[in-house]
Design a protein around this ligand. Structure first.
Ligand code: C2O
Ligand code: CU
Ligand code: CU
Length: 493
């Protein structure tokens, strides 16, 4: 992020400098810059955009809230859930009610746990005053159940969807996807978790006591106004809305109390636009065990990990082996304290992280496939496009055959300011990263992904296969970019 900001600054200064010194003799660069009608306002906002709004440190005043696990409607052979989008009020700040929206509650949503092989029915209900959809991010389901912008539920409407869970254990999430309104609805509180379990996840011996040593962490930055309300219109930035206040699972100033044991943290960047680079303030390393869509083959030791919006990673922190436990915290790249840990004297389970966790492979055949889909990400603010076009619900951009692997090449074309990272997401599939700028992806990206960060001027090749049919979205997961039309559609037949 810093690098891009710097690049933007250099470009910006060079541009301004060239303009003032050299009014008559315009060189090529000036001309091309002028052709794009970059007005000062836009430049300023763009330069302002990146993550330079630092996060306030968490004081650790409040114990982290853990989303409830959603119970099935009845214990029967059928697996039936009800998920309702509704309005409410939430006491985020002591003694103050903030207007929020949530699933089956006032703010955020429950965790839905599926087993691989389950046939799941979900009754979705819209109790908001506006249309919404129920999108299952990362789930491999038919287009009709995917909850894209075509599947809007009007206020008061309900709809039952059904699908079979046929993918490996992973941490996924769900959120709304109404055309043009996604960012505001997510910002105001609509987001929930999905855990998929399978034989492998149950037998690996990784920490799996929900809320004890298996902790979901949904990171969302927000701006609260003087009345401590979420005023989306006031906070909104076309290049991605960011805020100075971090909520984790909706908790302000969170802390997490843990035992001296290995703890699995399921990180979800649920923010509209902010990127996070997570690390421990002690400098200690941790172990990544899973990507967006499943376990890594082998654990990967890291000192930091970056997640762009909607990306997930499961990491294990071994609190029994750290030297200093005082003032231990999860921090970001700027050193802001995100989550202080309160490590009790109590020991816990002694589990080993297995050396072999999965059998994720990229075949020679996949490596040698020609590129058959090209995606060019470009622009900023409300001028964002994919392949030069904005989203049109009436237009199908690509078609692909069900069960056939194709290689997509995603290129982030820089602009005069240098450009910015776009997190690129495809619905209805988990895909494989073949290369980044021609090179093998890092070890911790050699696993199933549904969203990837694409840096300015970077080309990423991915192998994509859809298990089901239907129309799916692909888009930038900076939610304001998505709402501004940085989205296309693929029809799988
Ligand atoms: Cu999180 Cu269109 O998705
Ligand atoms: Cu999605
Ligand atoms: Cu974008």
């Amino acid at each position: 992020m810093k690098r891009i900001l710097l690049l933007s600054l250099i470009f910006g200064i060079a541009f301004l400098g060239a303009c003032s010194q050299n009014d008559n003799k315009m060189n090529d660069m000036d001309q091309s810059s002028m052709e794009h009608e970059m007005d000062d306002d836009m430049m300023e906002e763009h330069m302002d955009h990146d993550d330079e709004v630092s996060l306030n440190d968490s004081t650790g005043k409040n114990e982290l809230k853990i989303p409830k696990e959603l119970e099935q409607d009845e214990k029967s052979k059928e697996i039936v859930y009800t998920v309702k989008a509704q309005k409410g009020e939430t006491e985020i700040f002591d003694g103050i009610q903030t207007d929020t929206i949530g699933y089956n509650g006032a703010f955020l949503g429950p965790m839905l746990r599926f087993d691989k092989g389950d046939t799941v029915k979900i009754k979705t209900i819209n109790e908001l005053d506006e249309e919404t959809t129920f999108h299952w991010h990362g789930l491999e389901v038919a287009g009709a159940a995917d909850g894209g912008p075509h599947s809007a539920l009007q206020p008061g409407e309900e709809k039952v969807i059904e699908f079979k869970v046929d993918q490996e254990a992973a941490t996924l999430w769900f959120h709304p996807h109404p055309d043009g309104q996604t960012s505001e609805q997510v910002y105001n509180g609509l987001a929930g978790l999905i855990y998929i379990e399978d034989e492998n996840s149950k037998s690996l011996g990784l920490p799996n006591e929900y809320g004890q040593n298996d902790i979901p962490l949904i990171f969302q930055d927000r701006t609260f106004d003087d009345e401590k309300q979420l005023n989306y219109d006031a906070a909104m930035n076309d290049d991605g809305t960011i805020g100075d206040t971090l909520l984790i699972n909706g908790t302000l100033n969170p802390k997490l109390t843990v035992k001296k044991e290995k703890v699995r943290l399921r990180l979800l960047n649920g923010s509209n636009a902010r990127n996070y680079t997570f690390k421990l303030n002690s400098g200690d390393s941790f172990t990544q065990v899973a990507t967006d869509g499943g376990f890594l083959n082998e654990p990967v030791t890291l000192e930091e990990i970056t997640l762009t919006p909607s990306e997930r990673a499961e990491i294990v922190v071994d609190f029994s082996s750290l030297d200093t436990l005082d003032d231990l915290a999860l921090i970001d790249e700027e050193g802001s304290i995100l989550l202080p840990f309160d490590v009790s004297e109590q020991g816990g389970k002694e589990e080993e992280i297995p050396e072999e966790m999965n059998q994720f492979t990229i075949t020679e055949e996949e490596k040698n496939l020609p590129v058959t889909k090209e995606v060019e990400l470009f622009g900023m603010m409300d001028k964002v496009t994919i392949n030069g076009k904005k989203f049109d619900p009436e237009r199908i951009d690509f078609t692909q055959e069900q069960g056939v692997t194709e290689v997509w090449e995603i290129y982030n074309k820089p602009d005069e300011m240098g450009g910015m990272i776009h997190p690129f997401h495809i619905h209805g599939t988990q895909f494989k990263i073949l290369s980044r700028n021609g090179k093998e992806p890092s070890k911790n990206e050699q696993g199933w992904k549904d969203t990837i960060s694409v840096e300015p001027d970077e080309t990423v090749k991915v192998a994509v296969q859809f298990q089901h049919k239907g129309v799916y979205m692909f888009h930038c997961h900076i939610l304001e970019h998505e709402d501004n039309g940085m989205m296309g559609q693929i029809k799988v037949e």
